[in-house]
Write a protein that binds this ligand. Structure first.
Ligand SMILES: Cc1cc2nc3c(=O)[nH]c(=O)nc-3n(C[C@H](O)[C@H](O)[C@H](O)COP(=O)(O)OP(=O)(O)OC[C@H]3O[C@@H](n4cnc5c(N)ncnc54)[C@H](O)[C@@H]3O)c2cc1C
Ligand code: FES
Length: 288
C-alpha cells in the first residue's frame, strides 16, 4: 500500500520512504538515530544524533522537546526540553549536552548507539546577532553553557569575535571549551578558586567593554550572572539576550505551564517561555 502519512507521523531519519516534507511547517516530530552518547563527567552526557533536514534548520537558542525513555517501571508522559549544543550541518548531526537531574534525563541517558531519539522541534524563538556586531560576549553557567554553543558557532561563521566566559563549580564542569575555543577566547571562572564571583566576572566584563569587545551580551544558566549582565547592559547601552529555562509541559504554547513575568516599557507582562522565548531581551526579562 502506498505510504499514507498522517499529521502526527514522525519523520524517520534515514528511512527509505520518509514522510513527505511539509515545507510550510517548520517543526516536526522525528526519530533520530543515536550516533554516540557519552558521559562528559559525573553529571553530564553528550548525545549526538543523525537529524532530519527540518531539525538541522534549528536556530541558535531554539530547543527540542525530547521523548525520554522511562528509567524505571513507571510511565514517563511528558517530553523534556533541551536546547541544541552544536549543529553539525556538514554531517547532518545535532548534539545535545545535558545534565542528569531527574527521571526524564536519567531515562534519556539510557539511549544507546543505534536507538532512535524521538524529538519534536525545532521549537521557540532563538538568539539573533545584529549585523553591526563585531564582537559578542557569551556568559554561561552549568547547563546554560550548552545553550550558548550554537550562537557562538554562528558568530564564528560570520566572522564576529566571541569571548566566552564559562562559569562552573570546578574545572571538570567547564564543558565545551573546545567548541568555544574554535570561535574565540574562552575564560573559565570557578567556584573552587573564587573566580566565579560576581565581582570578578564584573571586572572581566568591564575590561571587555573598555576594549570594545562587547557589542552584545548573551547569557544563560545563572540568575546572578543574568542580573549582572542586565545591569551592565543598561549602564553601558549594550543590547543583550537571555535564554530562560522553565519547567514545561507541552512545549508548544497551549498549556501555559511555562509562563513568567516580564517588564516591558515599565509594565508587567506575562509570556510563555516555550513559544515567546526561550530567548528574550535582557532588559525585559526578570530574574528568578
Ligand atoms: C528551553 C530549555 C532548554 C533547556 N536546555 C537544556 C540543556 O541544553 N541541557 C540541560 O541539561 N538542560 C536543559 N534544560 C533543562 C531540562 O529541560 C531539565 O533539566 C529537564 O527537563 C529535567 O527533567 P527530569 O525529568 O530529568 O527532571 P525532573 O524530575 O523533572 O526534575 C529534576 C529537577 O530539575 C528541575 N527541572 C525540571 N525541569 C527543569 C527545567 N526546564 N529547567 C530547569 N530546571 C528544571 C526540577 O525543578 C527538579 O529540581 C532546558 C530547559 C529548557 C526549558
Ligand atoms: S509549556 Fe505549554 S505553554 Fe509553554
Amino acid at each position: 500500500m502506498a505510504h499514507q502519512p498522517f499529521a502526527s507521523a514522525p519523520h524517520i531519519v534515514g528511512a527509505s520512504t520518509p514522510v513527505p516534507a511539509q515545507p510550510h511547517i517548520p517543526t516536526e516530530e522525528s526519530l533520530a538515530p543515536v550516533v554516540s552518547h557519552d558521559w562528559v563527567n559525573a553529571e553530564y552526557k553528550h548525545l549526538v544524533v543523525d537529524a532530519s533536514p527540518k531539525a538541522l534548520a534549528v536556530k541558535p537558542g531554539q530547543f527540542f522537546n525530547l521523548l525520554c525513555p522511562s528509567p524505571d517501571s513507571g510511565e514517563l508522559w511528558l517530553r523534556r526540553p533541551q536546547s541544541v549544543y552544536r549543529i553539525d550541518r556538514a554531517r547532518g548531526r545535532l548534539e545535545f549536552l545535558y545534565k542528569c537531574v531527574g527521571r526524564g534525563t536519567y531515562g534519556l541517558a539510557t539511549l544507546k548507539h543505534g536507538d532512535d531519539l524521538n524529538m519534536v522541534g525545532p521549537l521557540g524563538v532563538g538568539f539573533t546577532i545584529d549585523p553591526a556586531c563585531k564582537h559578542i560576549v557569551v556568559l554561561g553557567r552549568g547547563v546554560g553553557i550548552a545553550t550558548l554553543g550554537p550562537i557562538s558557532q554562528l558568530a564564528g561563521e560570520r566572522g564576529v569575535g566571541v569571548t566566552a566566559i564559562l562559569s562552573a563549580r570546578s574545572p571538570e564542569f567547564v564543558m565545551a571549551g573546545e567548541l568555544f575555543d574554535k570561535v574565540g577566547d574562552v575564560i573559565g571562572v570557578l567556584d573552587t578558586d573564587g573566580t566565579s564571583s560576581v565581582e570578578n566576572v564584573e571586572a572581566i566584563l568591564l575590561k571587555l567593554i573598555a576594549e570594545r569587545k562587547a557589542d552584545a551580551f548573551f547569557t544563560c544558566g545563572s540568575n546572578r550572572l543574568f542580573s549582572l549582565m542586565k545591569r551592565l547592559g543598561k549602564q553601558h547601552g549594550i543590547p543583550g539576550q537571555v535564554a530562560m529555562e522553565q519547567v514545561m509541559a507541552c512545549g508548544l504554547g497551549p498549556c501555559y505551564v511555562c509562563v513568567r513575568t516580564f517588564e516591558v516599557n515599565g509594565k508587567q507582562e506575562l509570556r510563555r517561555v516555550c513559544i515567546d522565548g526561550p530567548v528574550f531581551d535582557l532588559q525585559e526579562a526578570v530574574g528568578w
